[in-house]
Design a protein around this ligand. Structure first.
Ligand SMILES: Cc1cn([C@H]2C[C@H](O)[C@@H](COP(=O)(O)OP(=O)(O)OP(=O)(O)O)O2)c(=O)[nH]c1=O
Length: 206
């Protein structure tokens, strides 16, 4: 049997995503950032493996982020507290759409998403003395058709960069999101319902 975790007044958020900070703050969770010293190594964790499903991919990457964060905490004099990591990916026709490498890549992704449905998967993990527990949120998003000029203007806004699938539902892309089914916060990068349940199980106070 795993030991009951001690109550914790805060967590470590091991994420560079500004969206995840905003969303955790929305439910009143106190956190400190636990960021990688080498952001390039962190990005390398996100490399796809051939034949891997989007579901397997997003859970594996989220857990890899958790392991890397545990190593950082172990090597530091910081206080012990639960660690939260997450990974978001967009999938359409079995393909995984990560963050766009450049403007042409972003435009290609958006052309692929326009006028149809795709799925957004976000895995979230909370690790501590009770082990690592993860949850997966899957949402369906339907995009309106987009003209080439609309895609170009959206890419030129800069918003697609650093975002899975090259869009941000919380930003200008809202204009193209005709319908969603699932979790708005999950699409944005951190499913708050699942996150709150994992944090309560880890005895985080908020
Ligand atoms: C689909 C979608 C994604 N996103 C963002 C959330 C994530 O920040 C990003 C997906 O990249 P991730 O690799 O999940 O996260 P990250 O690299 O930004 O941060 P870290 O790995 O350090 O936690 O896409 C939005 O902001 N809005 C959206 O509508």
């Amino acid at each position: 049997m795993q030991p009951t975790p001690a109550p914790s007044a805060f967590i470590y958020l091991a994420s560079q995503s500004p969206r995840r900070r905003e969303l955790l703050g929305q439910i009143g969770v106190r956190f400190e950032l636990l960021l990688p010293d080498d952001p390039a190594a962190a990005e390398a964790l996100e490399a796809e493996r051939p034949g891997e499903s989007a579901r397997d991919y997003v859970v594996r990457v989220c857990e890899a982020k958790a392991s890397a964060a545990f190593e950082r905490l172990r090597a530091s004099p910081l206080a012990s507290a639960p660690i939260l990591t997450a990974d978001t990916t967009v999938t359409v026709d079995g393909a995984i759409l990560g963050k766009p490498a450049d403007a042409a890549h972003a435009a290609d992704m958006l052309a692929r998403l326009a006028g149809r449905e795709h799925q957004v998967l976000t895995a979230v993990a909370v690790g501590g003395t009770h082990g690592v527990h993860a949850a997966l949120s899957i949402s369906t998003v339907r995009f309106a058709p987009m003209r080439a000029a609309q895609i170009d203007a959206y890419v030129a806004s800069g918003e697609p960069f650093g975002k899975a699938g090259a869009y941000g539902i919380q930003g200008r892309a809202a204009e193209f999101v005709a319908q969603i089914e699932g979790s708005y916060s999950g699409i944005m990068g951190l499913p708050l319902y699942e996150t709150a349940a994992l944090l309560r199980a880890a005895r985080v106070e908020f």
